[in-house]
Design a protein around this ligand. Structure first.
Ligand code: ZN
Length: 173
C-alpha cells in the first residue's frame, strides 16, 4: 500500500493529468510521481490559484519579473469566440523602458524560430498600456479555431525564451 510522503496517509490514489499518471493524497493533496508530471501539476495549480490560464502563466510570471513591469490583464485566447491570447502590462519607472527594449529584442530573436509573430502594442486608456499580442495580416473572421490554439501553444515558447534571455548577458538590468 502506498503512503503519502507528506502526511503518511494511505488515502493515496492514482490520477491522470494531461495523460500523465501521478499519485495524489486524498488527505493533504500532496502529489508524487514522475518529476515532469509533478512539476506540470504544480504549475497548473499555481496558475489556477492566480486565475490565469496555465498556457499563459509562465509568460506572465516572466514578464512580471521585468523591473518596472506589471501585468494587469491576460488571456489565453478563446478558440470558439476567436479571440487572441494576450498579455497587457503597465510600465513605470526609468528601468521599464530598458525592460521594453530587452523584451522586444527577445521577441525579435525568437521570431526566427518560425513561431507566431508577436508584437507589443501601445495604447492610452486612463494610462499608457502595453499589450503583447500576435500580429496577423488578416481579418479576424478569416482566422480559425486551430490558429487560436496554435497561438495559445506559442505562449509557452515565448515564456521559455523570455526566461532564457533574461539570464543572458545582453539583457540589461
Ligand atoms: Zn498526504
Amino acid at each position: 500500500m502506498r503512503e503519502c510522503d507528506e502526511c503518511g496517509s494511505s488515502n493515496v490514489s492514482a490520477v491522470s493529468i494531461e495523460g500523465m499518471a501521478i499519485w495524489q493524497c486524498g488527505l493533504c493533496d500532496a502529489i508524487a510521481g514522475d518529476d515532469a508530471a509533478v512539476a506540470r501539476v504544480l504549475l497548473i495549480r499555481e496558475a489556477q490559484e492566480r486565475g490565469i490560464h496555465v498556457a499563459a502563466y509562465p509568460l506572465v510570471v516572466a514578464l512580471d519579473r521585468i523591473e518596472g513591469f506589471k501585468v494587469v490583464a491576460c488571456g489565453a485566447g478563446d478558440p470558439e469566440q476567436i479571440s487572441w491570447p494576450f498579455v497587457q502590462m503597465s510600465l513605470s519607472g526609468p528601468s521599464a523602458l530598458v525592460g521594453l527594449e530587452n523584451l522586444t529584442k527577445s521577441l525579435a530573436l525568437s521570431a526566427h524560430e518560425g513561431g507566431v509573430h508577436w508584437v507589443v502594442e501601445v495604447e492610452i486608456q486612463t494610462r499608457m498600456l502595453f499589450t503583447l499580442k500576435p500580429r496577423f495580416h488578416r481579418d479576424m473572421k478569416r482566422i480559425s479555431s486551430q490558429e487560436v490554439l496554435a497561438v495559445r501553444k506559442d505562449l509557452e515558447r515565448l515564456g521559455a525564451n523570455l526566461e532564457r534571455d533574461m539570464a543572458l548577458s545582453w539583457w540589461r538590468g
